[in-house]
Design a protein around this ligand. Structure first.
Ligand code: NAI
Ligand code: MG
Length: 496
């Protein structure tokens, strides 16, 4: 199979799409020469085929990452690591239109949102570039005869497995902290969206990273993903995706070499609106909270709780707002919501919608397909829901939310926390005391006040409860990519 193919997007015109595996700064075919098809979710047509990594390719990629970690990469100074990351960010920024277009083509997100993602990628890489020469240890005074210090050392070869909802952004969130701290990487992208990372891999070489530092493979979870999680020479695995697979990965790590594990998993996040909230502003945030990225957000505000005084007014206005969201062609600049990622996800979401209807919830709007091709689903709102319903408990990962009426603060905090997940939450109120009290009482890794989905690479992000282990972004992420070493020296005198 050729290792590149010419593709076209409405934004870029023809461009060269790499299709191989990126190992040791080279493009190669898989050992077994397997390939798989990449689907355009807007049209359901095949875009191209890419190489599929099997266990054998995983071994080769891990060996490349190991060699680099023990060899050339180890000798690169922290300042130089930072410089390489800055350079990578600059190249990505220069190629914003290309990266965004590939993302829209492969993932279906609107071109405007995809450009936003690339901006966030660049910001994240620059943020971690700045940390490269600020990784520090401590000296610790234990007694006059001893000199003791700690070092923050890289963990080693990191496997990183990412999902399809933010293909490039998840790539950046993972490589930024791993590379600035001196690790090497084997990245497995999601089988639904391999294309943008393959384009990006060329920039890694162009920026000047030594061979083997960052390897990018396309492939399936059960094959390449499983091989990485159970690999005996992978020192750490970082995963974003479903809670189900998070558990599988943790088990594989435990059963193999006890590699370090960080997990960023699902959510069913409460979005709480008090009577005194600015209703117009709140409706915009609630709408953005659930429908951004077609509801395919781990932190989506999918359980909406509205206080009784404004409940009727809120439902009417929110319904109107949801119906105004433009659903359609991602390459149309006015599109807000594109297709779901795959037939499988489309079916899963439609199944939840049917379950909701059967359980007796009222479908206020949506609940059906949009258009006649592509995996489009209309923005959907359910009311008259009860906590035992599936649509109230499980992550739907689509443009579907529930609305529940509440009376008191205590009642809504309890309802908000009534979930196995704890990734995010939000509270809308003009009362500062309510905002702070409720934020402190919600069991979630991120709480937004009078806004939603506003992530920043400077702010730690991650889950309480079954939403994950460890934190991404911010200074906090560095802890997941370094390990402490204590060096303790005798200065004088015998032990006895
Ligand atoms: P998934 O968790 O199966 O896939 C995410 C990544 O894990 C992909 O790269 C996949 O290849 C890999 N993977 C799958 N099985 C694996 C295994 N046995 N070992 C190692 N890696 C494996 O998610 P999927 O099936 O694409 O979506 C299902 C549900 O997961 C969604 O409906 C949503 O609820 C949730 N999800 C959550 C995400 C988040 O951002 N937290 C992202 C994607 C999905
Ligand atoms: Mg795709």
């Amino acid at each position: 199979m050729p290792l590149t193919t010419t593709l076209k997007t409405p934004v870029t015109g023809p461009y060269e799409q790499p299709t191989g595996l990126f190992i040791n700064n080279e493009w190669v075919e898989g050992v077994d020469k397997k390939t798989f098809e990449v689907i355009n979710p807007s049209t359901e047509e095949v875009i191209c085929s890419v190489s599929e990594a099997t266990e054998k390719d995983v071994d080769i990629a891990v060996a490349a990452a190991r060699k680099s970690f023990e060899g050339e990469w180890r000798k690169v100074t922290p300042q130089e690591r930072g410089r390489l990351l800055y350079k990578l960010a600059d190249i990505a920024e220069k190629n914003t239109d290309l990266l965004a277009a590939v993302e829209s083509l492969d993932n279906g997100k609107s071109i405007t949102m995809a450009k936003g993602d690339v901006g966030a990628v660049v910001g994240c890489l620059r943020y971690y570039a700045g940390y490269a020469d600020k990784i520090e240890g401590k000296t610790i005074d234990t007694n006059p005869d001893t000199f003791a210090y700690t070092r923050s050392e890289p963990i080693g070869v990191c496997a990183q497995i990412i999902p399809w909802n933010f293909p490039l952004l998840m790539f950046a969130w993972k490589i930024g902290p791993a590379l600035c701290t001196g690790n090497t990487i084997v990245m497995k992208t999601a089988e639904q969206t391999p294309l943008s990372a393959l384009v990006f891999a060329n920039f890694v070489k162009e920026a000047g990273f030594p061979a083997g530092v960052l390897n990018v493979i396309s492939g399936f979870g059960k094959v390449a993903g499983a091989a990485l999680s159970s690999h005996m020479d992978v020192d750490k695995i970082a995963f974003t995706g479903s809670t189900l697979i998070g558990r599988t990965i943790m088990k594989a790590a435990a059963a193999s070499n006890l590699k370090k594990v960080t997990l960023e998993l699902g959510g069913k996040s409460p979005n709480i609106v008090f009577d005194d909230a600015d209703i117009e502003q709140t409706i915009s945030w609630v709408n953005f909270g659930i429908y951004f990225n077609h509801g395919q957000c781990c932190c989506a505000g999918s359980r909406i709780y509205v206080q009784e005084g404004i409940y009727d007014k809120f439902i009417a206005a929110f319904k109107k707002r949801a119906e105004q969201n433009t659903v359609g062609d991602p390459f149309d600049n006015s599109t807000f919501q594109g297709p779901q990622i795959s037939q499988l996800q489309y079916d899963r979401i439609m199944h939840y919608i049917e379950e909701g209807k059967k359980a007796g919830a009222t479908c206020e709007t949506g609940g059906e397909r949009h258009g006649d091709k592509g995996y489009f689903i209309k923005p959907t709102i359910f009311s008259d829901v009860t906590p035992d319903m599936k649509i109230m408990q499980e992550e739907i990962f689509g443009p579907v939310c529930t609305i529940t009426k509440f009376k008191t603060e205590d009642e809504v905090v309890a309802a908000g926390n009534d979930s196995t997940y704890g990734l995010a939450a939000a509270v809308h109120t003009r009362d500062l005391n309510t905002a702070i009290r409720v934020s402190n009482n919600l069991r979630a890794g991120t709480v937004w006040v009078n806004q939603y989905n506003m992530l920043s690479h400077q702010l730690p992000f991650g889950g309480f409860k079954e939403s994950g282990i460890g934190r991404e972004l911010g200074e906090a992420a560095l802890a997941n990519y370094t390990q402490n070493k204590t060096v303790s020296m005798r200065l004088a005198g015998p032990l006895f």
